[in-house]
Design a protein around this ligand. Structure first.
Ligand code: NAD
Length: 481
């Protein structure tokens, strides 16, 4: 892995701050990096720089912004392997999955580099002969962005590429576990000739005061947050005093419904991926597996067989499928949810053990519906499997959650597929597809999973506001026709 900057990136400069905090790799807890720890003085400096930069960046042409974004995408592509290694070092994602994250990030940056050339307004027919009515789309203003650790490159790009494409400036506070992925992206932005102050990165070990400062400041027009529902709720409340625009991408509790007529091999293969990718540490990870009673024994046997082939361990090894969890706290949560299910009578079908931060893929059956695993995100390779007997029961169980991000279903019956997709309460549905997310499509949830949308043209609209302009023409002598 190459070296990455560890200072804050403010107003186009690397700013070394005396106070530092330590980042420890989950893959090797001895290895550490020390990173600048930003607080309130840096927040104020960044606010001044973002306001200054916005006054010029918002007036650049879409074609100028497009050139910079596309150069940035190519710089990310050039550094793909280094960035992938950095993801694996910082949060423990298996290296093949980190490479695929970089591919997503490059695709997103390229996509928004193109899409900003298609920000178009409208012209309305007028009932007044002397009036011209236009709708412009203008950037909302400086944006404060907060990102989590679980996709520390693609999640950052999915937020900041549309914001910068729209003509907004961004202050980014990355997760304290993954600051150097974000700092490296800022370095590449500078190399792509992104102007000073357009993107600033402020790592912090104590995000709450920094965020409160930003949320109270009228110079920030919008918050874009990805993280837990509990933090999202706090930020939602903090945004009220200045009526911030908000995009909140929060937690999920995705159900998987497998009907008896499904292609079982495909359902097993993709459900394994939907659950165990990133060791289950994804907001769209499958959290609950519901299988129609007629095929439950056969499906369970094949699922167990597929799990037995998953390789757990060193995330830098090319053949690893499941790396370590991000922290000891995450391992403790895995153990607590498992013990809670077992105490309520669940049967352990495989797994259940841990080694360091690695948890083996674990399947539980015969669960009490009150088990914690049905009500809390697992964010680990812990999976409950249960049967259902009817379509109505499957839908009721799937919707029995305060979250509404993703859901997956497996059937060959097209009518049923549509009936269920229409009845599900969530933002993303994969029909015979365990990986529906793609850069040009909307990504976002309902209920406690959040507000607003990332991805595609909708992700760009989040950073634009309408301005209605009515022009009354001066009176002119009527032309003789
Ligand atoms: P988290 O909410 O603890 O942290 C996310 C970010 O918020 C980090 O940058 C953190 O520093 C910051 N933060 C923490 N406390 C804060 C506070 N009081 N004020 C301001 N910022 C604060 O979440 P996490 O546990 O690190 O990440 C996992 C969560 O993120 C899961 O719930 C997951 O579902 C969710 N997530 C959602 C999506 C999505 O697109 N919907 C994507 C990835 C992760």
């Amino acid at each position: 892995m190459d070296s990455a900057p560890t200072s804050a990136f403010m107003d186009g400069c690397w700013t070394n701050i005396e106070k530092q905090f330590v980042v420890r790799s989950p893959s090797n807890q001895q290895a550490v990096i020390e990173v600048s720890d930003c607080g309130l003085p840096e927040a104020e400096q960044a606010l001044q720089a973002t306001t200054r930069a916005f006054s010029t960046w918002s007036r650049t042409t879409a074609y100028q912004r497009s050139d910079i974004l596309r150069r940035w995408a190519e710089r990310i592509q050039d550094q793909a392997e280094n960035l992938a290694q950095r993801i694996t070092w910082e949060m423990g994602k298996p290296i093949r999955q980190s490479r695929s994250e970089i591919h997503t990030a490059v695709t997103l940056a390229r996509w928004y580099g193109e899409e900003c050339k298609r920000i178009t307004g409208e012209s309305l027919p007028s009932q007044f002969p002397d009036k011209r009515l236009q709708i412009w789309k203008v950037p909302v203003g400086p944006v404060f962005a907060i990102t989590p650790w679980n996709s520390p490159v693609s999640m950052v790009v999915r937020k900041i590429a549309p914001a910068l494409a729209a003509g907004c400036t961004v202050i980014l506070k990355p997760d304290e576990q993954t600051p150097t992925c974000a700092l490296r992206l800022a370095e590449l932005w500078a190399e792509a000739e992104g102007p000073a102050g357009t993107l600033q990165v402020l790592p912090s070990s104590d995000p709450a005061p920094l965020a409160e400062r930003m949320m109270a400041d009228p110079r920030i027009a919008k918050l874009s947050f990805t993280g837990s529902t509990s933090v999202g709720q706090k930020l939602y409340a903090q945004g009220s005093s200045t009526i911030k625009r908000l995009s909140l991408e929060l937690g999920g509790h995705a159900p998987v419904l497998v009907f008896a007529d499904a292609d079982i091999d495909a359902a097993v293969a993709m459900t394994i991926q939907a659950k165990f990718r990133y060791a289950g540490q994804s907001c769209v990870a499958a959290n609950r597996l519901y299988v129609e009673d007629a095929i439950l024994p056969a499906f369970t046997a094949r699922y167990l067989e597929a799990i037995s082939h998953l390789k757990v361990g060193d995330p830098f090894a090319e053949d690893t499928d499941i790396g370590p969890l991000v922290s000891e706290a995450a391992v403790q949560k895995f153990k607590a949810q498992l013990q809670d299910a077992l105490d309520r009578g669940a049967r352990l079908l495989c797994g259940g053990d841990t080694q360091g931060l690695c948890c083996s893929p674990t399947l539980l059956a015969d669960l009490d519906p009150q088990s914690r695993i049905f009500h809390e995100e697992s964010f680990s390779p812990l999976m409950p499997i249960q049967e259902f007997r009817s379509e109505a029961e499957a839908v009721a169980r799937a919707n029995d959650t305060p979250y509404g991000l993703a859901a997956y279903l497996w059937t060959r019956d097209l009518g049923r597929a549509y009936r269920i997709a229409e009845a599900l309460q969530c933002g993303i549905v994969g029909i015979n597809d365990g990986a529906p997310a793609t850069p040009q499509a909307p990504f976002g949830g309902s209920k406690l999973s959040g507000l607003g949308t990332e991805g595609g043209k909708w992700g760009l609209e989040e950073y634009l506001q309408l301005r209605y302009v009515s022009l009354r023409l001066p009176e002119e002598p009527s032309p003789s026709i």
